[in-house]
Design a protein around this ligand. Structure first.
Ligand code: XLS
Ligand code: MG
Length: 371
């Protein structure tokens, strides 16, 4: 599906004065952006409760366009809250309302992901749980998720395999677990002949070790599936860093196989809990290289979104908090500018001469605005 690029005029109309000034200095961007409603949060963390007033879930969608975003990433119960307790008719009715709301707001649903980590039945994993009845719950929920996606005209399902892993290795048969994940992917492809499945790898948290920790694992699963063209990946910068890998190389690997369904750009300050920091906030050069790889591969030209999965700092005041989304988007656009203004002839000369010391200095000076 070819989707028209987001015009600079639209971007400017939707942004505040500060960002407008910044935009005038930069090349027109041609990316479109998305995020999930969970990115506007109340600031609770494992050590304390909410620090901001609750901002109603249904009111979040009106914020997207003014912030310069047109894609919405959903969990299934972001579309249909409380879905486990609803009848199929009630689920269909609620999905219909969300579809109308999206049309009214001029928004596009990018993907729907089954939330398979909250319910009691997912305590020990979903598709890989040792309990047959828990696995049945997971499959039932997955089918409902696909139905919900289709009823809002969305053809992509994201599988973040949150609890598919172990706290101790002896707890599960890992070979069987991988087989069960593959069987589920095949069953999904069979259940709906059009949907795409985008697997979002993450190496740990909430489990100690997750199955499918990298994009390499996800791409292998794709090729092993019954219709590999419909199985891709979603790469989150922080998840790649948590795996000790460079996000731009992970993206390049997926792009080389035409398997980058979407991205969750953000940042991560080393090996610790999943931070979802602002894009480029911890390591600007790592962020630059992600933008460079995406640009060079023409990512976005077939309608792929630049998804941002960023968390507001707990210290931030106000309600709703959205600056982290606005600023991450702004940093992305400035980095597009940096990528487009790089002197590729010079880079080629450094590569030919194998003078990577000089190449590094050039890149650093370029990023600092000195060259
Ligand atoms: C977790 C993910 C998750 C998925 C959808 O890090 O961002 O929210 O994108 O389940
Ligand atoms: Mg994510």
């Amino acid at each position: 599906m070819i989707v028209p690029f987001f015009e600079t005029a639209d971007v400017e109309r939707n942004l505040g004065a500060t960002l407008k000034t910044a935009l005038h200095m930069s090349t027109p961007t041609n990316y479109r952006f998305s995020f999930g409603p969970w990115n506007i949060s109340e600031g609770a963390d494992p050590f304390g409760t909410e620090v901001r007033a609750v901002f109603p879930h249904e009111e979040k969608f009106a914020l997207y366009r003014p912030l310069g975003f047109e894609g919405v990433q959903f969990h299934d119960d972001d579309v249909v809250p409380g879905m486990d307790d609803l009848t199929p008719d009630q689920i269909a009715k609620k999905s219909g309302e969300v579809k109308a709301m999206l049309a009214n707001q001029g928004l596009i649903p990018e993907f729907v992901a089954p939330r398979l980590w909250f319910a009691e039945q997912t305590t020990d994993g979903a598709y890989t749980s040792n309990s047959a009845s828990d696995r049945d719950y997971a499959w039932d929920r997955t089918k409902k998720c696909i139905d919900i996606a289709r009823s809002i005209d969305c053809k992509a399902i994201v599988l973040w395999l949150s609890r598919e892993g172990t706290y101790i290795r002896e707890a599960k048969d890992a070979r069987l677990a991988y087989q069960r994940i593959l069987d589920t992917v095949n069953a999904m492809l069979d259940y709906d002949k059009e949907i795409e499945i985008w697997i979002e790898p993450k190496p740990n948290e909430p489990t100690d070790q997750a199955y499918v920790p990298t994009i390499g694992h996800a791409v292998a699963l794709a090729y092993a599936s019954s219709d590999h063209k419909r199985v891709k990946g979603l790469i989150e910068s922080a998840h790649a860093i948590l795996a000790g890998l460079d996000p731009s190389d992970e993206m390049a690997f997926a792009l080389a196989h035409d398997k980058l369904g979407s991205v969750h750009l953000n940042d991560q300050n080393g090996l610790k809990y999943d931070q979802d920091k602002n894009f480029g906030g911890a390591n600007l050069r790592v962020a630059f290289n992600q933008v460079r790889v995406l640009e060079e591969a023409g990512y976005g030209k077939r309608g792929e979104f630049i998804g941002l999965d960023v968390k507001a700092m707990r210290t931030q005041r106000g309600c709703p908090v959205t600056d982290h989304l606005k600023y991450s988007r702004e940093i992305f656009m400035h980095l597009v500018d940096k990528v487009r203004s790089v002197d590729n002839n010079l880079i080629q000369q450094f590569r030919d001469a194998r003078d990577y010391e000089a190449l590094e200095l050039y890149v650093m000076k370029h990023l600092m605005g000195l060259q």
